[in-house]
Ligand binder design. Structure first.
Ligand code: COI
Length: 361
């Protein structure tokens, strides 16, 4: 018996309509027939766990999250394997990070195992929505928010947990390996030491939006940030981590200083580096170093990574000082090899030697 018992949606999406959605789902645009829910109160703790019909929330206009943004979330994917089974990639890492984010946001963490129990129950109810074949998967979005009404800036007295699911293709569209362009918004800061930068909370993404608009005005699809103190070191992108490959065989990524999201895909890539013959190095990386080395050819590849982005090559980056092309604007070899290994594990085409997969259905 699941901790999240199912009340089936009495009006599920008709099969033909679902098939039409699944043909070209985009990213995070369409949602399945169900959602998982639970409610926390100080007296009862977590209670009322269930999977029920996907529906709008009814919120009091004074609901705390709408005013003070007290919330935390995760992103992970369910992958269909050739034998029809469905698997999640490192869900225990997402569950641990969600607990860390909750601590930072003053929210009660879920009870142990609740996140996995909720996604297992949700995927079980919406199994028909898990895309089969190609680069698509069922994107899962667990989140918690302060759902009590009131204008005092004080911690939540009621918290709602919800998990929704969205059949999704590549985040940037296309085939997922088309290189994207990055704009470094050196005048706008994402995270400062002691702030919330390493928590996965909506506020971090809200703070990115103006810079993302600036990036789009400069013809780039994603924004990059430098550190708040020295304004020299690259940290992360608007919604993903960053890696560079050097001509002398290093795979470098900014070290986690408390202002960078500890990405689950980032950590997997660091572990896969040796399989493609590069040495993983976590260290501070100056934007100036990226510029110089892109121009002299000793920076051979640059890529973004995340659950949504998977591994997306970066063909060009720019800031107010000018623009720099990487790998001739084409996907690099190390980038493609890492992407191939990662997605082969996720989709069950390669043995899961590290025990990264958990069966959901
Ligand atoms: C993810 O990669 O899952 C995220 O939450 C990032 C967001 C840009 C979709």
């Amino acid at each position: 018996m699941s901790r999240f018992p199912l009340s089936p949606n009495p009006k599920p999406t008709p099969e033909l309509e679902r098939a039409e959605i699944m043909r070209d789902p985009g990213f995070g645009k369409r949602f399945t027939d169900h959602m998982a829910l639970a409610t926390w109160t100080a007296d009862a703790g977590w209670a009322d766990r269930r999977v029920t019909a996907y529906a709008s929330f009814q919120l009091d206009p004074a609901t705390a999250v709408l005013h003070y943004a007290q919330e935390a979330f995760e992103g992970l994917k369910a992958f269909a394997h050739p034998d029809g089974s469905v698997w999640a990639f490192r869900p225990e890492a997402n569950e641990a990070r969600l607990a860390d984010s909750c601590r930072r946001m003053g929210l009660p963490a879920l009870d142990d195992g609740d996140m996995l129990a909720s996604i297992t129950a949700l995927v079980g109810a919406d199994r028909e929505w898990v895309p089969v074949g190609g680069e698509a998967s069922l994107y899962l979005r667990p989140f918690l928010f302060a759902s009590n009404a009131g204008m005092s800036v004080r911690s939540a007295t009621e918290v709602t947990y919800c998990c929704i699911a969205s059949p999704s293709g590549p985040y940037f569209g296309g085939d997922g390996v088309q290189p994207v362009d990055i704009w470094f918004a050196t005048d706008l800061i994402r995270a400062a030491p002691g702030g919330t930068g390493e928590a996965k909370c909506g506020g971090n993404y809200a703070g990115v939006m103006a810079a993302q608009l600036e990036a789009e005005r400069h013809g780039c699809s994603q924004v990059g940030f430098v550190d708040a103190v020295e304004r020299r070191y690259v940290e992360e992108l608007g919604g993903m981590n960053l890696f560079a490959v050097t001509a002398d065989g290093e795979l470098i990524t900014p070290n986690l200083t408390g202002t960078i999201l500890p990405g689950v895909t980032r950590s997997a890539i660091l572990q896969l580096a040796e399989e493609v013959g590069v040495t993983a190095v976590e260290r501070p990386i100056e934007l100036r170093e990226l510029r110089t080395r892109a121009d002299d050819g000793s920076l051979t590849e640059l890529f973004a990574c995340g659950t949504a982005a998977v591994i997306t090559p970066i063909g060009r980056f720019a800031d107010l000082d000018g623009e720099h092309v990487v790998a001739g604007g084409r996907p690099g070899e190390v980038t493609l090899q890492l992407r191939g290994i990662l997605t082969d594990i996720q989709y069950g085409r390669r043995p899961d030697e590290r025990g990264w997969l958990t069966r959901l259905a």
